[in-house]
Design a protein around this ligand. Structure first.
Ligand SMILES: NC(=O)c1ccc[n+]([C@@H]2O[C@H](COP(=O)([O-])OP(=O)(O)OC[C@H]3O[C@@H](n4cnc5c(N)ncnc54)[C@H](O)[C@@H]3O)[C@@H](O)[C@H]2O)c1
Length: 266
């Protein structure tokens, strides 16, 4: 990523905004003179957390499609524009079962459909602003599935695929969508695993390290790219291996029809 940073005076939405990454991100954005709206589940503690960070709070359950649009409408009414959306809300599964379908559906609803609905809601506002960025907090689990959490793996893998799918066409509109895929990081979401990490001496990221990668993605990500963030490694682009191309009857590489590719990929 080749970022210099977001322009001062920009307006950013952060979903899951009062959690570990959201708070670290808000702090970084505030020192860059960005107006930050932290959207999260409604509670006094979440409202206070936003207040303490000098950010506005928007009550939002990301699984509520209409509520995503309402939050964006309010941001445009209050601040006049929206330049970036960090679609960051997420939960992990905790079931000990090999497959707990109720839990899987719940995790996919938040971690994947929350991203889909968030993208749907912010796109018109980013277009009205003349372009902008969507940064999705996916996970390393979206690239290397977690054996203990199929719902999380499906949701994060789906989020990465969603970003890769939309990247080229949105780039044509001046909108960059990208995914950040952190390894384990020191926030509340790893509380159930923390003792295991400590006992094994396993390194975890700080929320600040992930927030730096999220900010860098706003200003400098490649459209549709996924960036891995790991302790001791930093943020690096993940290089996807291609798939074998179809062959024609005469053995030549078959060219995908134009209708399936945006102009930039023809
Ligand atoms: N911490 C890690 O190890 C790690 C690693 C990779 C990816 N992630 C991802 O990073 C993102 C942020 O997580 P975090 O580490 O800051 O954890 P966190 O638990 O501190 O924050 C998650 C936030 O999402 C909010 N949230 C949950 N469900 C919501 C809903 N339906 N609508 C709106 N908000 C909702 C929570 O209230 C919380 O504030 C998540 O998407 C998570 O999956 C975390």
């Amino acid at each position: 990523m080749t970022a210099t940073g977001p322009a001062p005076g920009s307006v950013a939405l952060v979903t899951g905004g009062t959690g570990g990454f959201g708070r670290a991100l808000a702090a970084l954005l505030r020192v860059r003179d960005v107006t930050v709206v932290l959207a999260d589940l409604d509670s006094d503690a979440n409202r206070r957390a936003a207040d303490d960070l000098g950010a506005s709070f928007a009550a939002l359950d990301v699984t509520d499609r209409a509520a995503n649009a309402a939050v964006v409408a309010r941001i445009e009414a209050d601040h006049g524009r929206l330049d970036a959306a960090f679609l960051n809300a997420g939960i992990a599964g905790t079931s000990p079962d090999v497959l707990d379908v109720d839990e899987l559906l719940e995790v996919v609803d938040v971690d994947l459909f929350g991203v889909v609905y968030g993208t749907e809601a912010v796109l018109p506002a980013l277009r009205r602003a003349g372009g902008g960025s969507i940064v999705v907090t996916a996970s390393l689990a979206g690239l290397s599935p977690m054996a203990t959490d199929p719902g999380y793996s499906v949701a994060k893998g789906g989020a990465v695929a969603f970003v890769r799918s939309l990247g080229p066409r949105l780039a044509g509109e001046g909108i960059t969508i990208s995914a950040i895929c952190p390894g384990f990081a020191d926030t509340a979401i790893i509380d159930p695993l923390r003792a295991e990490f400590d006992a094994a001496g396993f390194p975890v990221l700080t929320a600040g390290e992930v927030a730096e990668a999220l900010v860098a993605a706003w200003a400098g990500a490649e459209p549709g790219a996924a960036y891995v963030v790991q302790p001791g490694v930093g943020a690096v682009p993940y290089r996807f291996k291609g798939v074998p191309a179809a062959r024609t009857a005469s053995g030549e590489t078959a060219v995908v029809p134009d209708a399936l590719r945006p102009p930039s990929m023809r």
